[in-house]
Design a protein around this ligand. Sequence first.
Ligand SMILES: C=C(O[C@@H]1C=C(C(=O)O)C=C[C@H]1O)C(=O)O
Length: 447
Amino acid sequence: MSTPSLTALPPAPGQSRGLRSITVTRADMDPRTGLLDYVVRNDAHTWIRRGGGLVAYGETARFTVTGPDRFTQAQEWWRRELAGAEVLDDLGIPGTGLIAFGSFAFSKTSPHESRLIVPRVVVGCGGDGRAWLTLITADAEAELSAEAAEAALAAYLSEPDAGRSPGPGDRLGPGVLSEDQYQRAVAEGVKHVQAGELSKLVLARDIVAHLETPVATAQVLRDLAVRYEDCWTYAVDGLIGSTPEMLIKVENNTARARVLAGTLDRANAPADDPDYATRVLAGSEKQLHEHQIAIDSLTETLQPFTSSMTSHSEPFVLQLPNVWHLASDVTAQLAADDDGRVPTSLALVQALHPTAAVCGTPTTVAGALIRELEHLQRGPYAGPVGWIDAGGNGEWGIALRGAVVETPTRVRLYAGCGIVEGSQPAAELAETWSKFRPMIEALGLSR
Ligand SMILES: C=C(O[C@@H]1C=C(C(=O)O)C=C[C@H]1O)C(=O)O
């Protein structure tokens, strides 16, 4: 079998030397419930979806970077971190051994720092319920044993963070653009599409949650993970949310993506019409067109890295608690190079980001218009968020349906919509509210 191509490089000056890790098997757990017992600290790094995930604590190493080379530099840093690493791993499956969590800025011009973080302790659970514990250290003297790993985990778990109850002073405030300004931006975007400059443009806006007492991130994440079990619930360094969209997942030599485009709010759906979503979404030329643009952009970019690729000829309707989406799953076999290596998950992220689902088509025209019309620093919103292991396996979602914890009592929420020729500003504004809803509710707020 081919493995993703992470060739270790020698350490650079200033780089943490000699990562050491041990991964030990733990009793099987029901990931739907068991992993949630570990989401008890507001500073945990989290990646959870029914059937598996990773919850991590502490920090052994960190890399931050801005600019157009952020993906290349992050890969290089990771390769160097792996150089000379001592890895004891009972399981040797994706997610065990050395791993890094990551979050990348949406834009190559963003001042926001993209980051890779190597945690100290990781609790993992595979889709089959197999559970493990990893301890990572840069200390050459530290003991690598199951006992040491359990003791480190117990120390983190002994200091859980309390939940919070909503207070009368909690409120939602406007972000950078008012609702009217956002609708004007959408109308402006539609004009550019009508003028033939581009076929799709994604415009986002933000709102701000002001809380009376500090946000209880762990509580928010547990709520999201339970309610949005088809989504990937993530937390990396204050970027939190539950995304329905998988940019790329690499497991040995298979890559998978879930592409979404086309959204219907469930809040206004007629209760007595079971075919409503299928009719309105899968029966709408506008929605199918928008979806096709997103699929084409992904498959065209992924194609050179693959030996074969499959996706359904028709999108399916993905039902989430807040909205329905038109969705397509793509599975590809990765092509191996002469050394038998396939691209790593981060190499594919670099090639794929930003997709039409969060930027538009063509990418450069859409990117320039986003900067002109949005007036928003997207920061990590709509950027890749996820994890990578030493073999290059990993899962990278698109950071949607999420928020950034800016201060303990201020949380900024982001949501955007695909604008095509027939888009109506009022409908797109309403759609942003439907996309804010998971986070608004998880924070204990209402609109
Ligand atoms: C941009 C967002 O979502 C994206 C836009 C969608 C759409 O316009 O229909 C659907 C899913 C995502 O690809 C967001 O949630 O902020």
